[in-house]
Design a protein around this ligand. Sequence first.
Ligand code: ZN
Length: 542
Amino acid sequence: MTADPIVGLHHVTAIASEPQLNLDFYTRVLGLRLVKRTVNFDDPGTYHLYFGDDLGAPGTLLTFFPWPRVGRGAPGAGEVTHVSFLIPLDSLSFWEQRLASKGIPFSRGPRRFNEEVLSFSDPAGMQIELTAQAGVATGHPPRFSDVPSGHAIRGLSGVTMLQLDATETSGILSVMGFHQIAAEGERLRFASSAHPTAFGSHIDIVVDPRANFGRSGAGSVHHIAFRVASDAEQRDWRSVITQRLAATEVLDRKYFHSIYFREPGGVLFELATDQPGFAVDEPVETLGESLCLPAWLESRREGLQQRLPSITLHKGGTEANQAADPHASGELYRAGVALTEAAGVVILLHGRGGPARDILTLSRALAPGRIPLAFLAPQAVGLAWYPNSFLAERELNQPHLNSALARVQATADLALAAGIPRERIVLAGFSQGACLATEFIASHPARYAGLIAWTGGLIGPPGSTLTQAGDLLGTPALFASSDPDQWVPWTRVQESARIFTAMGAQVDLRGFPGKPHSVSGEEIELARQLIERAFAGAQAKG
Ligand code: ZN
């Protein structure tokens, strides 16, 4: 048996009552993002609302079936009684003030396993905790939130179950790679041995042999799902679990694939795959904004929409975030194969005046037919990544320049989330887009599949320090430019090529005397060759 260890929770699913109250609480109070608005696949007259970080990453997700007329549940033995989210340690007072200002009663409990914990109820009566820890990762703060990104909820910390006896539950947790790491009073803490610091890696059991059984209803946790990396891992885990417990067949939940089984203490467990994720049926930019249905329910869309209560998504902090981060809400265009099928990703960055669709037309010329590549082309808001020349003082191009770099990162994150590492990502751009691609790689040094800079170079005024620390580890870098060029001095292209060489890139510097400010057929061919070499031997995934 060689199944990889389970990392932590994938999501928690609970029962809510009024969908609008549920939506408002999780987006406008806790600042999570609604990452999917769909229906309960087993009961399509009910919404299924998914909340999470900006990308809906596994480990950040809390989902609800809102049943407007359901009675309140009562937590009891054999149930998950508390769901806990992770916040940075220095965000505690921010959250105390925020909850107080929203009129949410909360309590700050005694320290637990050396963590500070804020406890409160959601509108359906579910017990929520914010667990503060030092050194939590930045993650992907939701773009439409008025919670400053430094204070944003990062993801799940874990859950607490109430059990009459922990023996059998701890037995199955141990099979799943979760072992007891601490105990405090009646509370036992289990964590994944392989990934003790992953989101959702803490499973607490409070043991109370005299506890009553609960009643399912609004505010009850329906099930908790653990992450498995792939369908193959899921099959392996299913065969492990079914040696002890009955488990369902694999069910297609569209955004992940699932098996379910009830642990001996009574809690419904699920194993959910990381893929395909929430961008499978709508762009990341507009996640959650419209009703998404699986193919087999599309024919019933009209009837379902009439039957479902209407809800309004208020995108809190939109204006403020857009002013500080203007490109965060820009559109993304795609060509080539789906990320889930891709051997690599080419991020195409348009020049001033764009649009993204134009540069995306190069995808056919750049993709050698047998290599499955996904092309992603984010579009600048207003079709310019920054307002002034790339030779201007950097401050004059803010906040657009930093926002543009963040947008490149967010685009690369889509590939990373699909399991495509940086060494299989090419950044390519023309003019402003070439400068942005060059600047991004120099400021995020790593081994990339390649840089293609058609008429562009590092950003900053002449005479300023452009050099960056870090190792590009042999990243192939094509600098191809007209000489002279109306906008991009050849000397800057040469200087950028020198810096890339010093940083360990394999640089190919090409000047084309008298070429207009555009991408020539010869430059496209050089880029195609770089891509072909970078992905030599890549084949379509099984
Ligand atoms: Zn689930």
